[in-house]
Design a binder for this molecule. Structure first.
Ligand SMILES: [Zn+2]
Ligand SMILES: [Zn+2]
Length: 254
């Protein structure tokens, strides 16, 4: 028996194991647990209830916009009002409906397996930002929160995105050295400073950053203040262009 047919035989065995596993563990919908056609997917009803972002979007945050591209840079009202320090941003979902429950399950429900399909959606939405030499880095979480949740959901998304796209991912490029204090009652400038003081570059990772483009990954973008703080830290350390990619964007009136 030649090595070709030996490999083919091995492949057939692997296929049979796969089929047997599918019979024991049939693929289930990530949203509701119903049976689906493929692993890590959503069933029809869950798919329809998940607000994927498409069409014309804000160049800075990925929010869907009404109206078509006019050849100029398109931005939402939020980004026109609060200038973003990063170059461009995208989000895969609106933080609403089924998207909200999927993200809460990823964040607090101990369901890290959701990061894989989520990263695939992010790769799709973030395609215009995925330059060949970009370094993917997550928004950091303070260690005390990490203990409570066991994992940083943004780091998990970043790692899965790296695997999905073949791009370099540095999960601890940034670290959160201080727990962020309560920001209520502070001005926008004070909040920005507090956030920026809490985040720093991991000393070991400085070489990953100088002159490189960075893609910052977060699970949810609300005001964008944390992403802005991370952007400024990267810029101060000598990074080139910064891009941001969130799994979901909170609409202002949500
Ligand atoms: Zn479902
Ligand atoms: Zn925007």
């Amino acid at each position: 028996m030649g090595s070709g047919s030996f490999i083919a035989g091995k492949y057939r065995i692997a296929q049979r194991i796969q089929t047997a596993l599918a019979l024991i563990y049939p693929p289930r919908c990530m949203g509701c647990g119903d049976l689906t056609e493929s692993d890590f997917g959503l069933c029809g009803p869950c798919w329809r209830e998940t607000p994927f972002i498409g069409g014309t979007v804000c160049e800075s945050c990925g929010m869907p916009l009404i109206g078509g591209q006019d050849g100029f840079r398109t931005e939402c009202d939020d980004c026109l009002k609060t200038a973003r320090p990063w170059r461009a941003g995208r989000a895969a979902l609106l933080y609403d409906g089924k998207a909200r429950s999927l993200i809460l399950a990823l964040k607090h429900g101990d369901r890290p397996e959701l990061a894989r399909p989520a990263a695939q959606w992010m790769a799709q939405a973030g395609r215009p930002l995925l330059r060949p030499d970009v370094v993917i880095a997550p928004v950091p979480l303070h260690w005390s929160r990490l203990l409570k949740r066991r994992y940083n959901q943004s780091a998990l998304l970043a790692q899965n995105l790296g695997r999905e796209t073949g791009l370099e991912c540095v999960p601890d490029l940034l670290i959160r050295k201080k727990k962020t204090q309560v920001l209520d009652g502070k001005t926008a400038a004070e909040r920005a400073q507090i956030l920026e003081d809490a985040i720093c570059l991991h000393p070991r990772n400085a070489r990953h950053l100088i002159g490189r483009d960075i893609l910052l990954v977060d699970d949810v973008m609300t005001s964008g203040a944390t992403l802005a703080a991370c952007t400024r830290v990267c810029q101060a350390a000598g990074a080139n262009h910064i891009f941001v990619l969130a799994l979901a964007r909170v609409a202002k009136d949500a």
